[in-house]
Each structure stands twice: as structure tokens, then as C-alpha cells.
Design a protein around this ligand. Structure first.
Ligand code: SF4
Length: 344
């Protein structure tokens, strides 16, 4: 599909190769660009994007996106990606990608059919008819949880799934999410990450704040049975499999426990080796120069590895130990509140 893109289109869809080509005229040397006035403004804007992605943004923007010069908008997209890559926090990367693709999706909804077809082609979807091959369909909906996306609930004829125009828009968004997410984290030179260090510190603080908002103060009594089981085994000096250690460490890191505290928990393991354990904990949490932070395995993976121990009634309503933890904390808080009211 041949389409003429203007600079506004490039700014709206900074992931396009045309947008990247356009920006290369302005920022051929990334380090000098970021050190200059425009670069500093872009870094600040990129930090703001991450703040918005974490939903801790104060609504203080004076300029709307449409007023931003295209090269600044495109550079902001790129620098935000660089920032989260330097942070190494996988959850932060996912949140930025989700936020960015949501912006793109809002723009896509307002496009005419030609532009939609162009974008669909770029993400590998053929929208010439109201049907898509099963394989494309499955690839496009793998993140979507609502029942109506399940293949059993769709009309499939000769390997083709019938879809609506609105659903195609969603497919473009989902394909974009996958494509953009796949490229992250970027391999960023240490000199660039150092240049971004002041904003990176802010980003880390924001992320911690978000974790605190989501999980609050760490409460052992809200740990799911599987994690309690692993920690009891650790404390008693029993041997724990590699995947068990991974699950416990990632879980504790995800709820905001500091690496030093996690390390202490491993102190009683029969084969405890401080250097080795610290290396593993840093690796899983994305600290110490490791690029990627891991999320604790979900219930189905825990079951596969025989780590789902003594599930209780709350386990029936969750698919992830982290969801169990959030729900149990709420329950405990409500119980405490009710007990307080009864005493009065
Ligand atoms: S169901 Fe999930 S949360 Fe509950 S014990 Fe099993 S793995 Fe843990």
C-alpha cells in the first residue's frame, strides 16, 4: 500500500521506519544530541512519559502532543525506550510499551481506511477482507483475556476467522505491542545510560513508589501458600530446586523486598554461598548491571513444577501468586478494620 506520510503521521507513529529515518537527521550522534538543549528537553519528556505509564503523573502538561514538533515527539518515544532499557526493570518496560501502544491505538481509531490498511500491513495483517487466517488471529489475540476472543467462540470457515473493522484496530494495537515489546530492552551503551542517570534515579524512585502503591508494606501473612512453603523449606535448611529459588526470589523482588533482605533469607540454605546467591538475586531482579528484571511465575507454571503447595480457597480465584498476595492483603486489612469496629 502506497501512502504519503506527512510529519504529523511520523510524530503519531514514531515506531515507523520513516519516522526513525526522519529523526536521524536531527540526532545522528545520540550522545551529543542528548547533551544539548533539545536533548535535555527530550529526556525530560521521556521521563514524563514513563511517569504517565506508571500513572503517577501530575496533570501539569502545558503543551498537548499535537503542538510538539515531530522530531521532538519521535525522539521522546526513542529516549523513553532507552530509559526503560537502562533501568532493566521488565515491569517498567511492559508498562511503557502498554502506554505507548494505547496512544497509538487512540490515533489509529481516528484514521481513514487507507491509513489503517497501511498500518495493518506494517504489522503483518491483511485487512482486504473481513476474514483473517487462524494463525494471524491467534497471534493477534494472545494477550486478550475476554471470552469473545477465544477461537471456540468465533466463526471459523476454511481456516479463516471472521472479524469486524473494530477488531482489526485492536489487532493492529496488539501486533504493535508485541513488535515493540520484542525489541526491548535495547542494548544501550553504558555512556548513554550514565548520561541519563539523574532521570533514571527518578524513574527508579517512581517505580518503587508504584510498587508501594500496588503492594504496600510487605506483609508475610499475605504470602500465598506456595511462597510460604518455599520460605519455610529455606528456613529449615532444606534443598530447593533452581526453579523454586527463582519463584521465591522473583516474587519477593516483585512485591518490593530489597535484595539484601532476600539474600538473608537464603542464609540458611544448605549450600549457601553469598557470592553465588547475590549473583542469582541480582540477575533475577535486574540489578547489578543485568538488563532484565523477571516476574514471578504464574500459578500454572508453579503447578507444572510441583511448586503449588497447599492451595487454599483464595487460590481458586487467582492465576498468579502476586494476585493472591494483593487480594489477601486486602482481606486481612478488611478483617482488621471489622475487628476494630466490633471492639468500639
Ligand atoms: S494456586 Fe497459585 S497462589 Fe495458590 S498456592 Fe498454587 S501457585 Fe500459589
Amino acid at each position: 500500500m502506497r501512502i504519503v506520510l506527512d510529519t504529523k503521521d511520523l510524530a503519531k507513529y514514531p515506531f515507523l521506519k520513516e519516522s526513525q529515518h526522519f529523526i536521524s537527521d536531527f540526532a545522528s550522534d545520540l550522545e551529543s544530541f542528548l547533551s544539548g538543549n533539545t536533548g535535555r528537553m527530550v529526556i525530560k519528556r521521556a521521563g514524563d512519559c514513563i511517569r504517565k505509564a506508571l500513572q503517577v503523573h501530575d496533570e501539569d502538561d502545558t503543551k498537548t502532543e499535537s503542538e510538539i514538533p515531530p522530531h521532538i515527539a519521535i525522539a521522546t518515544y526513542a529516549v523513553a525506550r532507552i530509559l526503560v532499557s537502562c533501568s532493566g526493570e521488565r515491569a517498567l518496560i511492559d508498562r511503557l510499551v502498554t502506554w505507548q501502544t494505547r496512544q497509538f491505538y487512540e490515533n489509529i481509531l481516528e484514521e481513514d481506511r487507507d491509513m489503517k490498511a497501511f498500518l495493518a500491513e506494517r504489522v503483518g495483517i491483511d485487512i482486504t477482507g473481513p476474514q483473517v487466517p487462524v494463525r494471524d488471529y491467534v497471534e493477534s489475540v494472545c494477550r486478550l483475556r475476554e471470552d469473545h476472543w477465544r477461537l471456540v467462540n468465533r466463526s471459523v470457515i476454511h481456516g479463516l476467522v471472521t472479524v469486524t473493522d473494530e477488531e482489526i484496530d485492536v489487532f493492529i494495537r496488539e501486533r504493535l505491542w508485541n513488535g515493540i515489546r520484542e525489541q526491548l530492552p535495547l542494548r544501550v551503551p553504558a555512556s548513554i545510560c550514565s548520561l541519563l542517570a539523574p532521570v533514571l534515579v527518578q524513574v527508579h524512585d517512581l517505580y518503587q513508589k508504584k510498587i508501594m502503591q500496588e503492594f504496600g508494606v510487605i506483609e508475610e501473612s499475605a504470602y500465598p501458600p506456595c511462597i510460604q512453603g518455599l520460605l519455610i523449606a529455606l528456613a529449615s535448611g532444606a534443598h530447593i530446586t533452581h526453579i523454586g529459588r527463582f519463584a521465591a526470589t522473583a516474587f519477593l523482588h516483585n512485591i518490593g523486598m530489597k535484595n539484601d533482605t532476600i539474600l538473608e533469607l537464603y542464609g540458611r540454605a544448605p549450600d549457601f554461598n553469598v557470592e553465588k546467591t547475590l549473583y542469582q538475586v541480582d540477575h533475577i531482579s535486574g540489578a547489578g548491571g543485568f538488563g532484565t528484571e523477571y516476574t514471578a511465575p504464574g500459578c500454572s507454571a508453579m503447578k507444572t513444577h510441583s511448586l503449588c503447595i497447599n492451595p487454599d480457597s483464595l487460590c481458586k480465584s487467582v492465576i498468579h501468586p502476586l494476585s493472591y498476595y494483593k487480594q489477601k492483603k486486602k482481606l486481612l486489612k478488611n478483617r482488621e478494620k471489622n475487628a476494630g469496629t466490633e471492639k468500639e
